[in-house]
Write a protein that binds this ligand. Structure first.
Ligand SMILES: Cc1cc2nc3c(=O)[nH]c(=O)nc-3n(C[C@H](O)[C@H](O)[C@H](O)COP(=O)(O)O)c2cc1C
Length: 343
């Protein structure tokens, strides 16, 4: 994959050609997407595939159930519900992504982060083959009927629906806020000057910022851009991170997610931040960088996060460590197993 170009060029697509999408192509892309996600664990996730007309009709019906069954349902003109239903039916394929909720919040987050990262990989790989997608999580579709349709079990979590088809026209890019405006450097400035040393020292703040400015082309609902970045490479902050992480890395990047009070938005924002992190990892890999991504236990302690400037309505979504001597090798990771059920 040409990570840099594809990340920048991918767009959310809402209008698709009627050309069918081959199931084998979807499965192959999913397998590739899963293999591009590097992890030490074995995240648990699965997806449900809708491509036949009959299954898309059923899915569309279930997506409208909440609206129809609501207090206002009887006032909503049939013309309007028919319009929405037709839109969903006309899209050649849909994939519902589901993850397992684990016993601990951290493990649940790992599973959720994995599926969101794989969804982003899948969008990028599809884009290179002319496939456009819409990541859909509208609360209006969330109902018992919808969850029953996708077969959501107890202890599972719905991550999102990807609607898929060949795109006709590529919409204009929505501008992103430069990473510099969302960047904080902590722990002292004992790193050599960014502009002069970027080529000598790959993990300089300047080169990380350059990469972040591509990674920010991640999908994010409502263009909330719910992320910011805390960089530590020197002083007490880096020493403290080395101790918390049990690592010898010289540079760390904390990817911070905003936490909205609305839980649904909180989930969407976390998903967007996971897509951004995945973009960053793809770019890092293409540049032969050594970057290690973790969601460590300590990030769930407010007390441990505060010294790094993490505010009450924020959380650390991942810690990235940079450096050749980072402990684990990505080749040791097991690609998550792809489990697709056709409906
Ligand atoms: C978790 C998540 C949920 C989203 N939900 C919706 C949605 O419900 N409806 C929609 O139209 N777009 C949705 N989007 C797509 C965003 O609107 C889109 O990514 C954003 O406008 C930026 O456009 P781009 O993806 O073309 O860069 C979602 C994206 C993410 C990551």
């Amino acid at each position: 994959m040409n990570a840099s170009a594809t990340i920048r060029e991918r767009r959310t697509i809402r209008k698709f050609k009627s050309t069918p999408v081959a199931q084998e192509q979807i499965i192959a892309l999913l397998n590739k997407a899963a293999s591009l996600y590097e992890t030490d664990g074995t995240p648990s996730w699965r997806c449900i595939y809708y491509d036949s007309l009959e299954s898309r009709q059923r899915l569309a019906g279930s997506m409208l159930a909440k609206l129809k069954e609501s207090r206002f349902g009887k006032f909503i003109p049939n013309k309007m519900t028919d319009f929405y239903s037709k839109q969903a039916i006309e899209i050649p394929a849909h994939l519902a992504f589901i993850t397992e909720s684990a016993n601990t919040r951290r493990q649940s987050d790992e599973n959720y982060a994995a599926v969101c990262s794989i969804m982003q990989n899948f969008q990028l790989l599809g884009w290179e083959q002319g496939l456009g997608m819409l990541w859909y999580t509208d609360p209006l579709i969330m109902s018992e009927t919808f969850f029953k349709e996708i077969g959501l079990q107890n202890g599972e979590r719905f991550a999102g629906l990807l609607s898929i088809g060949y795109y006709e026209k590529v919409p204009r890019a929505r501008k992103r806020t430069p990473a510099e405006q969302k960047w904080t450097m902590i722990g002292g400035d004992d790193y050599p000057h960014p502009h002069t040393n970027a080529d000598i020292l790959p993990y300089s703040p300047q080169s990380i910022l350059e990469m972040l400015n591509e990674a920010v082309y991640a999908p994010n609902d409502g263009m909330r851009e719910p992320w910011r970045f805390v960089y530590a490479s020197g002083g007490d902050a880096a020493a403290k991170l080395r101790s918390l992480q049990g690592s010898s890395s010289t540079a760390f990047l904390l990817i911070v997610a905003k936490e909205e009070s609305d839980l649904h938005k909180q989930e969407e924002d976390y998903a967007a931040v996971c897509s951004l992190i995945q973009n960053f990892q793809l770019l890092a890999k293409a540049n032969l960088w050594h970057v290690y991504r973790t969601i460590p236990e300590w990030t769930y302690s407010r007390e441990k996060c505060t010294p790094f400037g993490i505010r009450p309505q924020e959380r650390i979504a991942a810690v990235l460590e940079f450096g050749e001597d980072i402990r684990r090798s990505s080749s040791a990771s097991t690609p998550p197993t792809v489990n697709v059920t056709q409906r």
